[in-house]
Design a binder for this molecule. Structure first.
Ligand code: SF4
Length: 236
């Protein structure tokens, strides 16, 4: 297995609602979201220390009475299929830990295998924008929207707990955009609106941007709840 882990938060209370996890960061991404705050990991992963898998396994084994599982994030985990992503997930499951996987949904084939083989316990997929030409602006690259749509349908039908989540960046997404996203996702089990963090945003013109105020954010939540009652706020 040549999977390269470039970040390791031993204990996190915020990466999987209700669970205590270790969060692992995989490098590289096929998106360039202007609001991404992991740009270094995406563009210059060579500048980050590689965490030996043995260190991660040892930590998990030693803290199994405290740690429920792992959150595998990035970057984009599905870029690492050929480096042993599935084998790694299997290994973590064999050790008896639950797994949450974060993805941008660009690779439905990867997700299908993960779902079919029940390699994870929870899926979180980013929905960057309404499912039309606006998507590319928020993803920062050309997008095959059909693949994003396939991933959404796979996750909806997968039978595992999941969430769709959208980071709401003022000037890039407004109430109408959020309404359209939520309408597309109608009937989803869980939708999360995430507060934008300006610090370290990839596009430096966003770094001075004020995130939505609490009242404005509450309004976005109400807009989304018309279509998905289980809409929650994160980071507000
Ligand atoms: S999909 Fe995630 S990791 Fe990739 S560029 Fe966008 S925010 Fe960053």
């Amino acid at each position: 297995m040549s999977l390269v882990i470039k970040g390791f938060i031993e204990t996190s209370f915020i990466d999987w609602d209700g669970k205590v996890v270790s969060t692992l960061f995989l490098p590289r991404c096929n998106f360039r979201c202007p609001f991404c705050h992991n740009a270094g990991l995406v563009e210059s992963p060579q500048n980050y220390e590689t965490i030996p898998l043995s260190r991660i396994e040892n930590f998990l084994q030693e803290h199994r009475d405290f740690i429920d599982g792992i959150c595998l994030t990035g970057g984009e985990p599905c870029l690492h299929v050929n480096a042993g992503l599935f084998e790694f997930l299997q290994r973590i499951k064999q050790l008896g830990f639950a797994i949450k996987l974060d993805t941008n949904g660009a690779d439905p084939n990867c997700l299908k295998k993960i779902i079919d083989q029940r390699l994870v316990d929870y899926l979180a997929m980013d929905i960057k924008a309404p499912l039309d030409e606006r998507y590319e602006k928020l993803a920062g690259v050309k997008i095959d929207l059909n693949k994003i749509k396939q991933s959404i349908e796979l996750i909806r039908a997968c039978g595992l707990p999941y969430e769709f989540r959208t980071t709401v960046v003022p000037t890039l997404l407004d109430n109408q955009d959020v309404a359209e996203i939520a309408e597309y996702l109608s009937g989803a089990k869980k939708f999360v609106l995430q507060q934008f963090v300006a610090e370290n945003a990839w596009d430096d013109s966003l770094r001075g941007l004020k995130p939505y105020l609490k009242e404005e954010f509450d309004e976005l939540i109400q807009v989304a709840r018309k279509f998905i009652p289980q809409t929650l706020a994160r980071g507000v």
